[in-house]
Write a protein that binds this ligand. Sequence first.
Ligand SMILES: Nc1ncnc2c1ncn2[C@@H]1O[C@H](COP(=O)(O)OP(=O)(O)OP(=O)(O)O)[C@@H](O)[C@H]1O
Ligand SMILES: [Mg+2]
Length: 161
Amino acid sequence: MGEDRPGTARQRRVLPTVADTEALGRELATGLRAGDLVILDGPLGAGKTALTRGIAAGLGVKGRVSSPTFIIARQHRAGERTDGPPVPLVHVDAYRLGGSLDELDALDLDTDLHHAVVVVEWGGGVVEHLAERHLLVRLIREPDSDVRTATWEWVRRPDGD
Ligand SMILES: Nc1ncnc2c1ncn2[C@@H]1O[C@H](COP(=O)(O)OP(=O)(O)OP(=O)(O)O)[C@@H](O)[C@H]1O
Ligand SMILES: [Mg+2]
């Protein structure tokens, strides 16, 4: 779905189980390439890390995806990939950054974007300036239920950045 670029309609899917969320991640990984920024939005436990696990599987990168809460950013080396050139994945959890732009700068994500796909949990309002466009995935969680609903669309960086 990396071929979808700004201008394509927002898509939506109901995700009854964590396996469905991972499967969506694998689909979204199709066509993602170096320079692509993915922003994951949604409350605690919404499934952002689960979706990232699917993206990582789709890209075929090395290493287990876990919540990077205490690391902030984790690099996964490129691995075998059938649907495009091998590409590393940088998985960021911006939750603990608490809007600290200094810490964000220190991560050097703009450099990572030259060679990697960068996925940022809690990245809304924080990392949009890093790329001309980003894939925005929103996960919504129903109370007392495993069901999540995802919407996703490619969004252009607002003018003036
Ligand atoms: N349909 C579903 N999609 C995704 N996760 C689900 C679903 N149903 C149940 N779960 C469970 O919900 C939890 C989602 O956790 P996950 O770490 O992916 O959320 P998160 O959005 O990354 O949270 P955080 O904001 O703390 O990083 C997991 O325990 C997962 O097994
Ligand atoms: Mg998470």
